[in-house]
Design a protein around this ligand. Structure first.
Ligand SMILES: [Fe+2]
Ligand SMILES: [Fe+2]
Length: 189
């Protein structure tokens, strides 16, 4: 004999918005595009935080390119390749963040005059190759912590933003891991 609970659907219809309401809501505010009724009410806070991450990514692109151009000597060749690869990946992160800011109805702030003040990470040039790698590791650790915090804040309220941030976070963790390994095996200055 089937039990009463097994026969019940997992969720009653009352848990979901009825079709007529869904249709009516979608017709309102069509200028907001993908931003619909149940989006987090603190969307502006999320957009502001995404803009801080956007500034961070651009500062990281610029710092990695500076390191790429100024690292010299035969020893530095494989490390230069890392600098360039990371610069390209940070640039791709910046693209994703800017696109999401626009989708959420915000404006991506790319004003170079205020970039370093708005960025979490610093633009540290580093005197030696080892300094550069150390500064890059620190910047990656800053990014990891900031992304973890933002992911926790967004939670399940905006899955698209969260999934994007999780993808970026995984790459920042890889970057930090590579530089930690490099520093651990470092010979000389
Ligand atoms: Fe990044
Ligand atoms: Fe990174």
């Amino acid at each position: 004999m089937a039990t009463a609970t097994a026969a019940k659907p997992a969720k009653s219809d009352a848990s979901f918005t009825d079709t007529a309401t869904l249709r009516a809501q979608a017709r309102k505010h069509i200028d907001q595009g993908p931003v619909t009724q149940s989006f987090p009410k603190d969307r502006e806070v999320i957009i502001a935080q995404l803009n801080k991450s956007l500034a961070t990514e651009w500062v990281c692109v610029l710092r990695y390119m500076r390191h790429y151009y100024t690292a010299d000597g035969l020893v530095s060749e494989p490390i230069k390749a890392h600098f360039l690869e990371h610069a390209n990946e940070e640039r791709a992160h910046a693209d994703k963040l800017a696109e999401r800011i626009v989708q959420l109805g915000g404006e991506p702030d790319l004003d170079p005059a205020t970039l370093t003040q708005r960025s979490h990470a610093e633009y540290q040039v580093g005197k030696t190759l080892k300094d550069m790698v150390k500064e890059d590791l620190i910047a990656e650790r800053i990014a990891v912590e900031a992304y973890r915090e933002l992911i926790a804040y967004v939670g399940d309220r905006d899955p698209t933003t969260r999934i994007m941030l999780e993808g970026i976070l995984a790459q920042e963790e890889n970057h930090a891991d590579e530089f930690r390994d490099l520093l651990e095996g470092w010979q000389g200055e």
